[in-house]
Design a protein around this ligand. Structure first.
Ligand code: COA
Length: 313
């Protein structure tokens, strides 16, 4: 069979619609084949949020694989350069090109960009998706933390379960908090990404929320962001010092910004106290994810909640 003539290049504005279709069809095809379910409901417009948010945050940071003979996209991958690391995702090969090395070629391109900056790469990959697990571990990524993906239906009228302790110390973030949030994450987990927090708090599209929890002295001791758009309903990223602060932050984001929804959130499997609290509220598991890092990974000391929107690792 004739080899495809695949070339890598940067995404351009004219690629946007084809790229949205690719993310939608690739992800749903893979999950249909393996788990008989779709990740994205409705039509490809559910995936517009990826190009919108990623072009806002990191213009030009999307690698496209194009089949030059067929004149169509064979793959795409976004990357997100930050002060301490690159994060990577969403990664997709077109279903017609699964298993042909497209993802590996795009990954190698991003690895060389990160190596040029001498920075590690971080991502979250599904532990139930051996194709992506293998793609990353073959290139030297190491799983560093395991998360259970949980979801919880929040009634239209709000939670009937009693609020956890510490709710009186939770408030919505204001623009001046972005630096303190970034410094707090740096102190606990050794990574920094202030512009993400500034972007969520600014909330130009009206889909973001950010809660912080403070000590009695007014120091930020935890934060949790969330997104509520048609294409993505998730909590995260978030970090806190302990399980009870995380529970208060989760309660606040769910109750204030996700009524009538069933958002997904990733909780470290070893944080049993938090996991048990969430079961008590009615949360259920839907998948398992791994934080994978290629290169230096400082210890993750906080109760860490990553997300896929935007991809945070
Ligand atoms: C995951 C996905 C991106 C992989 O893309 P792909 O182009 O088919 O991947 P590749 O052909 O480059 O193969 C990846 C590597 O994993 C290896 N691999 C695959 N399955 C493996 C297994 N079970 N054990 C060991 N290695 C395996 C392949 O051999 C290849 O390594 P090599 O190039 O060194 O030989 C693709 O399946 C996809 O788009 N899935 C839907 C969306 C998704 O799940 N994205 C990932 C979430 S971020």
């Amino acid at each position: 069979m004739k080899e495809s003539n695949i070339e890598l290049r940067r995404m351009e504005e004219g690629d946007r619609n084809q790229l949205i279709d690719l993310i939608f069809s690739s992800t749903n095809a893979w999950y249909q084949e393996h788990f008989k379910k779709n990740v994205f409901g409705g039509d490809p417009s559910a995936c517009e949020i990826f190009t919108e948010v990623y072009e806002d945050l990191d213009p030009g940071c999307c690698i496209i694989a194009e089949d030059m003979d067929a004149g169509r996209l064979a793959g795409s991958c976004f990357y997100h350069p930050r002060e301490t690391h690159f994060s990577l995702g969403i990664m997709n090969a077109s279903p017609d090109y699964f298993g042909k090395g497209i993802a590996t070629r795009m990954l190698d391109e991003i690895i060389s960009l990160a190596e040029h900056e001498n920075l590690p790469i971080r991502l979250v990959s599904s532990a139930m998706n051996l194709d992506s697990f293998s793609l990353y571990t073959r290139r030297g990524f190491v799983p560093r933390m395991t998360f259970q993906d949980m979801f919880l239906s929040v009634p239209e009228v709000g939670f009937s379960v009693a609020p956890p302790e510490g709710m009186d110390q939770v408030r919505d973030a204001v623009p001046e908090d972005a630096k303190a949030i970034a410094d707090f994450e740096m102190k606990l987990n050794g990574i920094r990404r202030e512009k993400d927090f500034a972007y969520f708090i600014r909330n130009g599209s009206g889909v973001w929320g950010v809660s912080v929890i403070e000590s009695p002295e007014g120091q930020i001791t935890g934060f949790l962001c969330s997104v509520n758009s048609s294409g993505s309903k998730m909590l995260g990223p978030g970090v806190s010092s302990n399980c009870s602060d995380s529970a208060a932050l989760i309660y606040n984001e769910l109750n204030e910004r996700h009524r009538g929804n069933a958002p997904v959130f990733l909780v470290p499997v070893q944080e049993s106290e938090l996991v048990q609290t969430l079961y008590g509220w009615g949360a259920k598991n839907c998948e398992i994810h791994l934080c994978q890092v290629r290169g230096d990974c400082p210890p993750l000391n906080g109760v860490t909640m990553p997300t896929f929107m935007p991809e945070t690792g």
